[in-house]
Design a protein around this ligand. Structure first.
Ligand code: ADP
Ligand code: MG
Length: 696
């Protein structure tokens, strides 16, 4: 039996079937076969799968596991699991614990209840899961969890992992071609590396339990502005209160046990808002780990009498939550391809990768925007808070000066001391603190990586990273096609970089992204400003975007159309649930409460006046409440009848929901919030913002 870990290095990954564990528990031949499968993408023989399964099971049972599950990421955006125990009868009422290679590599969950965006109609309802040997198995709640992909029986991806793995392979292939041109003969694989910073809210479970909107929708649908919000800016990086600190400590330990490299924790801008950032890893495990982190954040909160809200906008009037997706490309020899180098050749290579990124973001800005478009994130992007819905790249002053000197063919001067020619000169040092200043940019270069800041806190990071990897693969492929044929490599390289920066300079913007002037300027530059999900989602099926993903084998035409359909349906369903919850709370909680209060006020006024006491307060407020109550009833009736008229065609339903249902909801909320400010707290049917936000 295993002993309880006592030191941090022992604790970390103690519930993960790590490479080290494999090396210890597998025969050298099987370990080597697994390793080759990871590095070269070769398939595993069933006898080796059997040996791995046996070793995994033994290890899992020693760590208290009784079940195993294929752990996958269907299009719901959360993870799915179906647990089977290891037990196998051997007669005489006895069992042994068994787990075969077949069970490890392949499962057949019923796919019919997962979103398939129409793929289900075209293909078979059955689906299968297949082991992803590049992501380690781990133990959660007594089950051995095996990360898997999830496909339809005819092979269409029904999940978020399959296309991510495909896109990682593709960007690797194209990046290696570029590296060869610069004389790198060693690198075999280039890996997309990702570090997702995760924001969240923590509130007390008691308040949560009393709010139907939080329970049904993960966000408040009502709530007048409290006397204090985030104006004093006293929460950001503030001292962590003991109850939250205890939660964070517990969370870290849970994350470390399953191998999540949780590194940074701090308070965020809004009251009750916090952040957890892990150390970056390959995009595949970063995605798995972010899913695990979101799950554990909720689970651990429950143990502390708290609720973790991952919604993008749980409360109106204070900041919402996002996720910063830090992205770079690293070689298997340990080099970061987005890090400016120290020799002219390294710099030229860096500038070429930078040019590919700039070109890609410009050409696929609409698609990148679409990957972060869903109902929850609409409260952030293009609304009153950061970042804006317009995609642009922040490079910082120094790198922008370099780019401008390349475009203009002028010498780059750094305080008059240096000049720069691609492939000839050394780049000036790009200071990291300099590049990190701009917090308003949706895509910021931060010294050796790009930080994509438009993601919503609740979403899977898979979609945005698939898009980043694929657009990068496309641009690198174009560059490689051209440069591999070059007669004069240096000259063509210099010219290519100049041409790309010139043609795509419009996407570079270092100013304040929150400024209205930028929105006007962006329009002049011809940049897309897709302010809502309804505006952004059509980009999924725009021809140039479909062509990109089909060409690189990331999605088939059917897969991408299915995904677009799932996102549209998800938007309509989410807002439909919010609207129904709103109507429910108005009818069963708010209207009865304010009616009672107004009637009590009138009765009290009458009584007071009988004895000659003035009843100005009672009369005035009862009248105000009476009028607002009627208005709220009208608003609820309009919302309800409009909800019945949602068109059946999904795209029409999305537009209708966006225009009609959302404005009905805003109108109803305005009346309800005003009623809240007039009503005796003792009558108000649920906790208000000041109770929820300033309690822990
Ligand atoms: P902040 O953005 O808050 O200043 P950092 O820049 O230190 O914080 O890191 C933010 C995230 O970026 C962390 O998850 C970190 O591991 C990740 N990160 C750092 N370097 C890279 C890289 N080369 N590629 C991808 N992610 C990275
Ligand atoms: Mg950051």
């Amino acid at each position: 039996m295993t002993t309880t870990p006592t030191t941090m290095p022992e604790l970390f990954g103690s519930l993960v079937f790590t490479e080290e564990t494999m090396q210890q528990r597998l025969s050298p031949a099987s370990y080597a076969a697994w390793k080759k499968c990871i590095t070269d993408g070769t398939s595993l023989d069933i006898s080796i799968a059997n040996e791995i399964a046996e070793a995994m099971k033994q290890w899992a049972v020693e760590h208290g596991a009784t079940h195993f599950t294929h752990w996958f990421q269907p299009m719901t955006g959360v993870t799915a699991e179906k647990h089977d125990s290891f037990i196998s009868p051997i007669g005489g009422g006895k069992i042994v614990m068994e787990f075969s290679g077949k069970e490890l590599v392949r499962g057949e969950p019923d796919a019919s209840s997962f979103p398939s965006g129409g793929l289900r109609a075209t293909f078979e309802a059955r689906g299968y899961t297949a082991w992803d040997p590049t992501s380690f198995a781990f133990i959660k709640d007594g089950s051995l969890c095996i990360p898997t992909i999830f496909c339809s029986y005819s092979g269409e991806a029904l999940d978020k992992k399959t296309p991510l793995l495909r896109s990682m392979d593709e960007v690797s292939r194209q990046a290696v071609r570029i590296l060869r041109l610069f004389g790198d003969t060693e690198t075999k694989r280039v890996t997309a590396q990702v570090g997702p910073e995760q924001e969240y809210f923590l509130i007390d479970k008691k308040g949560y339990a009393q709010r139907e909107d939080l329970r049904m929708c993960g966000r408040t649908l009502f709530g007048a502005k409290p006397p204090k919000g985030q104006e004093l800016e006293d929460h950001y990086f503030g001292a962590i209160r003991p109850r939250v600190a205890a939660y964070m400590k517990d969370l870290d330990e849970e994350l470390w046990k399953v191998g999540v490299l949780s590194k940074t924790k701090h308070n965020e801008v809004a009251p009750c808002q916090h952040e957890m950032a892990p150390i970056f890893s390959d995009a595949n495990s970063a995605c798995d780990h972010n899913q695990l982190a979101m799950e554990l954040m909720k689970k651990v909160a429950d143990r502390h009498g708290l609720v973790c809200l991952l919604h993008e906008k749980p409360f109106a009037g204070v900041n919402g939550s996002g996720k910063h997706d830090n992205w770079s490309l690293g070689t298997d020899t340990g080099k970061n391809l987005l890090k400016p180098g120290s020799t002219p050749s390294q710099n030229a290579q860096f500038l070429l990768f930078l040019a590919a990124f700039v070109k890609g973001v410009d050409e696929y800005q609409d698609f990148l925007r679409a990957t972060v478009a869903f109902a929850g994130n609409d409260h952030r992007l293009g609304a009153q808070e950061a970042p804006p819905a317009v995609l642009s790249i922040f490079l910082g002053d120094e790198l922008t000066a370099v780019v401008e000197s390349i475009i203009n063919g002028t010498k780059y001067t750094d305080a008059g001391k240096r000049t720069l020619e691609v492939g000839v000169d050394v780049l000036p040092a790009i200071r990291q603190d300099n590049t990190d200043r701009n917090r308003t940019s949706p895509m910021a270069f931060t010294g050796n990586k790009f930080e994509f800041r438009m993601l919503g806190s609740s979403q899977s990071i898979s979609g945005p990273n698939i898009a980043l990897n694929t657009m990068m693969a496309e641009e690198l492929e174009q560059f490689a096609d051209q440069l591999e044929k070059a007669k004069d490599f240096q000259a063509e390289l210099q010219e290519l970089i100049r041409k790309v920066f010139t043609e795509h300079q419009r996407i570079i913007f270092n100013g304040n992204g929150y400024d209205d002037a930028w929105i006007k300027e962006a329009e002049k530059r011809g940049l897309a400003n897709l302010t809502s999900t309804a505006d952004a989602l059509p980009a999924y099926t725009a021809k140039k975007n479909m062509d990109l993903f089909i060409k690189h084998g990331i999605y088939t035409k059917e897969e991408i159309e299915a995904r677009a359909e799932i996102h549209v349906e998800n938007y309509v369903t989410t807002i439909g649930i919010e609207a129904s919850t709103m109507s429910d709370m108005i009818r069963h909680q708010i209207l009865p409460a304010v009616s009672r209060y107004a009637s009590d006020l009138s009765e009290r006024a009458w009584k007071k006046e009988q004895t000659g006491v003035s009843a100005k307060y009672e009369r005035t407020v009862a009248k105000q409440i009476g009028e607002l109550t009627d208005k709220l009833l009208d608003a609820a009736e309009k919302l309800e009848s409009d909800l019945k008229a949602v068109p059946s065609d999904s795209v029409k339903a999305m537009d209708y929901t966006h225009k009609t249902i959302l404005s009905d909801m805003a109108a109803a909320r305005a009346d309800a919030d005003e009623l809240e400010t007039l009503t005796d707290r003792a009558y108000w049917p649920f906790p208000v913002y000041s109770d929820l936000l300033f309690y822990i």
